[in-house]
Write a protein that binds this ligand. Sequence first.
Ligand code: ATP
Ligand code: MG
Length: 467
Amino acid sequence: MLKKLFKSFRLPLKRKAHPRSTPEVLSNRQHALQRAKFSRNAVNVVERLQHAGYQAYLVGGCVRDLLLGLQPKDFDVATSATPEQVRAEFRNARVIGRRFKLAHVHFGREIIEVATFRANHPQGDDEEDSHLSSRNESGRILRDNVYGSLEDDAQRRDFTINALYFDVTGERILDYAHGVHDIRNRLIRLIGDPEQRYLEDPVRMLRAVRFAAKLDFDIEKHSAAPIRQLASKLRDIPSARLFDEVLKLFLAGYAEHTFDLLVEYDLFAPLFPASAAALKRNPDYTGTLIRQALANTDERIAQGKPVTPAFLFAALLWPALPARVLHLQERGMPPIPAMQEAAHDLITEQCQRIAIPKRFTLPIREIWDMQERLPRRSGKRADLLLENPRFRAGYDFLLLREDAGEETGGLGDWWTDYQDATDSERRSMIRDLANRQEEAGDGPAKKRRRGGRNKRRGPSTDAPAGD
Ligand code: ATP
Ligand code: MG
C-alpha cells in the first residue's frame, strides 16, 4: 500500500533527524494524497486563511494517517496567522490554551485545531520574552508561544512523521524532516536531539509510545535510548495534562499494546506508581487483569461501543488494593472500613499524579463497592443489586477478576445465570444458596476462605464484605 501511496518517490539518501531549511517537496505525482481525502471543513479553513493572505497547511496526524491509509482522528491546520487573527477570520473560532495558545474553529461537532507557526526557542531566552516562552531549570518548556516561520514550525514538532505539511492548492507534501522516509520504514523518530526534546516536554515520551502502538511502528533506537532514564520526568507534568494524555493512551483503540510499551519503557510507574508496584509484586495476576481490561476496551472501541474511563481506572488500580487492605487489617481495622479507607487513599494518591475528575472517581468507588456486594445475594439482595445502575459495570468487573485468575467460587457464573433466569428460577437459586450455606455450616465468606483463596491475588470478594 505504501508503494502505491508514494508512487515513484525515491528515498532521500540522508536519514538524519536534523530538519532541513528547505523541504523535500513531493508533487501530486509522487504521492496519492488528494485534498478530497481531508475533511471538507479543514480544507475550507486553509483556503479561507490563504485568501486572507496567510500561509496555511494541513499538518500532523491527518497527513501522517492518510499516507498510511488510516482514517485521521482529527484535522490540524498550521498557519502564519496568530490565534487572534484566526479568530478575526472565523465567527466560529475560539482561542484556547495558555501554555500553547491556539484557535479552535467549530463546525457542528467537528473542531479544526489551528495552530500558529512556532519557533523553537533556545534555553536562556530574553527575560522580556518570558511571558511568551519559558523553561524550568531542567529545560522543560512551560510556555510555548513564540511564533515563527514555517521552517521553524517544522523543527519544533515532535516526530519526523508529524512534521509533514500538505498544501491543498498544489496537493504537494512539504517534508522538512524526512518524515516520508520514516513513514516508509515505520519509524518513530524525534526531530533534533532526543534527550533535549524529551526534557523540553517529557510528554513526548508518552506520545512516542502512543504512536508506536497505534501505527505499529518501532521507536528508532536513538529516540528510544533515553526514555527509561528520563521516564521519571513525567512526575513534573501537571496532573491535569497527564489525565488527558492517559485517556489518549488508553482510549484510542490500541490500549493493550500501548500498556506493554509503557511497561517496557518504564513509563507505567511514573503514571501509576501503586499499580506498577503491584505489577512487580504479582506480575501474573496484575498483568492479566490490566491487559484483559484494556483488550476489552480495544474491542469495544473497534465495535463502536461506548467505553467508560471509570471502568478502565478501576481496573488499572484494583491490583494495588489488596496489599493496602491487608496492611490496614493487620493494624486492627475491620475488613469493611479497611477496604473503604484503602480505596479512598489509593484514589487520592493517584489523583496527585493524574487528575481523575470526580465524575470518574465516584463510579470507580461504586464499581469496587459492588465487588463487596455481589457475593451477598440472600433474601431480596440479589434483586436489589440487579436494579442498581452500577450493576452491569460491577458484574463485568467481576468477570474480569475471574478471567485474571481470582477465585470467587463461581460467582460470575451464578450472576450470569441469575440474569437469564425467570422469576421462579431466581427464587430457587436464592433458596439453593441458603441451603448450601446451611450445609456448609456458615456464611459464604468462610466457605470461600476454606477453598484456599490466595490473598495476594487480588482484593477479596469476601474479606471486605465480612458478611
Ligand atoms: P492524533 O491526533 O492522531 O493523536 P497528532 O499527531 O495529530 O495525532 P496532536 O496531538 O493532534 O497529534 O498534535 C498535532 C501535531 O502537533 C502533531 O502531529 C505534532 O506535529 C504537534 N505536536 C503535538 N504535541 C506536541 C508536542 N508535545 N511537542 C511537539 N510537537 C507536538
Ligand atoms: Mg491531531
